[in-house]
Design a protein around this ligand. Structure first.
Ligand code: DGP
Length: 117
């Protein structure tokens, strides 16, 4: 069992710092973003410290699938399904990634525009 890595999300996984956790399994954790950009903004992360999808490997396939299903489950639980929502993962500096522990943003509760800035 892996207990997170050397990022702020590792500390959240190990419960060393508080977070508003909304979903947890053996391999996945979801909690409210500290700086929400919409009425609902939840981060879904693997407990394994994968940096991003760019560094994920074949043996991560199962947990990556679990992450997507967890995102949908979380969105359902937040009542986002009728109106829809967005799931996004930022990769690297140009992608806007600031925490280098893979996370899916589940964002909803307002209409979204496209493309992102
Ligand atoms: P990204 O830019 O895609 O790497 O997103 C990182 C997100 O993590 C950003 O929306 C803010 C959030 N975040 C950063 N530090 C914390 C924290 O300590 N607690 C929580 N709940 N969210 C955090």
């Amino acid at each position: 069992m892996n207990h997170g890595g050397d990022t702020i999300f590792g500390k959240i996984i190990r419960k060393e710092i508080p977070a508003q956790i909304v979903y947890e399994t053996e391999r996945v954790l979801a909690f409210r973003d500290i700086n929400p950009v919409a009425p609902v903004h939840i981060l879904v992360i693997p407990k394994k410290p994968i940096e991003s999808v760019a560094t994920a490997v074949g043996t991560d396939a199962e947990v990556l699938g679990e992450l997507m299903l967890a995102a949908a489950e979380v969105a359902r639980g937040e009542g986002l399904e009728p109106g829809g929502y967005r799931v996004v993962t930022n990769i690297g500096t140009d992608g806007g990634q600031t925490v280098f522990h893979l996370h899916l943003h589940v964002i909803g509760g307002r209409p979204m525009s496209w493309p992102p800035g």
